[in-house]
Structure formats: structure tokens, C-alpha cells
Design a protein around this ligand. Structure first.
Ligand SMILES: Cc1ncc(COP(=O)(O)O)c(C=O)c1O
Length: 280
């Protein structure tokens, strides 16, 4: 991780340089929002949509609005210099200095922007379900907060089982999402994905797949699906900013075509539209 570039509140700093207060509420209680966008050929993808989602998370947390100009300044700073061929751009905004507990001080927000090269995604990968649930009624449901420990635990379990991603159901036993991706299944020849009230994150890639497939006449249905749909779906794919539309080759050990025909079609739609601009 030596090639990670870090910018905090106006200054580029070394990755090992202390730059955030030890009593920052993001550090002490995970009181913050973040976004991860893809960098491809030196250019970040869909930054405007990521900033919009950051605003929704900040508002959902009850924090003041993040400073978009500041974040854009940070993005320019970390992308200056040698272009990153493929990588991850992350921006994080926390509540700033706070007390050690869950209460808040009236404090300036902390704005952090980082960029790091990343290997391009593999052609496909496997997923496993985990025994823990997404709580679709949680105060933070659908928010991209810096409290990601549930995802850290689930992803470690998936990796321990040789899988690439972990899939959560919600408290109603419905298919929800993965630790860092949304999930789609193909049943009866139709692409289906859980609706936002399943408790999943409103993924930018998910949202673009829905918009672009609708534009190109490829039906994608948002509907509640039982978690066990993974035992009978003909195809499964996951979507994320880093993975785009990513074929799943096995779910809980059951082999799947990767990509199957519908996944391949959605990937074509994605590639055609994504080629038209970097900030759709
Ligand atoms: C929990 C969760 N779900 C879904 C996604 C996919 O969202 P996006 O397509 O915006 O990357 C992410 C992204 O990291 C995530 O953290």
C-alpha cells in the first residue's frame, strides 16, 4: 500500500503520516460517510453520482452537507502526477472531532480523499451466503457509512471459504446484497434484483444497470426475492464500482455459467453506455 495517495483537509500527506485526530468521530464511533469510485486510465468514473449519494448518507446520519468543492480539490490532488491505470478513489467525510461516546460536538467535518492502484477484476468469482443479516429497518439501512465492520466480518468468512464475496439476506429472509456489491439473479429468463427496501445500498452500478437496460429494452425487475433463490437461479451476477457487472461462477458451491447469456447481454449494455462518458 505504499503507492496509496492521501489528502486530508487540503494537504497531501504520506500514508503513514498521522493526519486525522485520534478523537475524530469517524475514528471513535464510525460517524462518517464514504464513497468508492473506479479510476480507469487515470480518470474517475461517475463522480457526480457518488457525490450525490454521499449527500444522502450525510443527511441520513444527521451530519451537515459535505463540501463538494473541497472533495473535488482532493480528487485533483490525489490524481495529479503519474496516471493510475486502474484503481480505487475513495472519499470519506466524518463528523470531525467529537466526544468519546456517541454524542456529537459541533465540529468541522473532516474531508479525506485517497487513491490507490488496484488490479483489474478477474473474469468471474464465487459467492457464499453468510448467517448474519442486513437489517432493512436499521437507522443506517441503505447508507454508506464508515461503520463497515459487519462487511469486514462477512467478507473474511467468504474469503476463508475460498469465495470472492459474501451475500446477506435481510431480517425477512430475502436476498439483499453482498459486502461491497449489489446482487442480480436470472430466473425464468428475466434479470431480477432486490428493491432498495430490502436494505441494500443504492449502488451506483446497480442504478446505471437499471437505467441503461431500460433504455436498451433489456427487462430488469426490482422485486423481493427469497434468499434461497440462489439455489435455483440460472445466472447470478454482482455489481460494484470496481467490478462493474461481474459474473458469479458459483453460489454456495453450486456452479453457474459465468457469464450466462443474460449476464453477457447486461455486460454488453454496460460497456456500450459506459464508453459514452466518464460522468454518466
Ligand atoms: C454494501 C454495498 N453494497 C453495494 C455496493 C455497490 O455500490 P456501487 O455500485 O455504488 O459501488 C457497495 C459498494 O461498495 C457496498 O458497499
Amino acid at each position: 500500500m505504499t503507492d496509496i495517495r492521501v489528502w486530508v483537509d487540503g494537504t497531501l500527506v504520506g500514508p503513514d503520516t498521522p493526519a486525522v485526530s485520534a478523537v475524530d468521530h469517524g475514528v471513535t464511533v464510525g460517524d462518517g460517510a464514504f464513497e468508492t469510485a473506479k479510476i480507469d486510465h487515470g480518470v474517475p468514473f461517475a463522480v457526480t453520482r457518488h457525490l450525490r449519494r454521499l449527500d444522502r448518507t450525510m443527511s441520513g446520519l444527521g451530519l451537515p452537507a459535505a463540501d463538494h468543492d473541497r472533495i473535488r480539490e482532493g480528487i485533483e490532488a490525489v490524481l495529479d502526477g503519474d496516471p493510475i491505470d486502474f484503481g480505487r478513489l475513495r472519499f470519506t467525510v466524518t463528523g470531525g472531532r467529537g466526544p468519546l461516546g456517541s454524542d456529537r460536538h459541533d465540529s468541522d467535518l473532516t474531508h479525506i480523499v485517497t487513491a490507490v492502484p488496484h488490479t483489474r477484476p478477474e473474469a468471474h468469482g464465487s459467492v457464499v451466503t453468510v448467517p448474519w443479516v442486513r437489517n432493512e429497518r436499521a437507522a443506517t439501512a441503505g447508507l454508506k457509512t464508515t461503520s463497515y465492520a459487519d462487511n469486514v466480518i462477512a467478507l473474511a468468512r467468504a474469503k476463508g471459504q475460498g469465495a470472492l464475496e459474501a451475500i446477506f439476506g435481510n431480517t425477512r429472509g430475502e436476498l439483499c446484497e453482498a459486502t461491497g456489491s449489489n446482487v442480480f439473479v436470472v430466473v425464468d429468463g428475466v434479470v431480477r434484483t432486490p428493491p432498495l427496501d430490502s436494505g441494500c445500498l443504492a449502488g451506483i452500478t446497480r442504478e446505471l444497470v437499471l437505467e441503461w437496460c431500460a433504455a436498451d429494452g433489456v427487462e430488469v425487475v426490482e422485486e423481493a426475492l427469497p434468499l434461497e433463490v440462489l439455489t435455483r437461479a440460472d445466472e447470478v451476477f454482482i455489481t460494484s464500482s470496481i467490478k462493474d457487472v461481474f459474473p458469479v461462477s458459483a453460489a454456495d458451491g453450486r456452479a453457474l455459467p459465468a457469464p450466462g447469456p443474460m449476464t453477457a447481454r447486461v455486460r454488453q449494455v454496460w460497456a456500450a453506455h459506459a464508453a459514452l462518458g466518464v460522468d454518466p
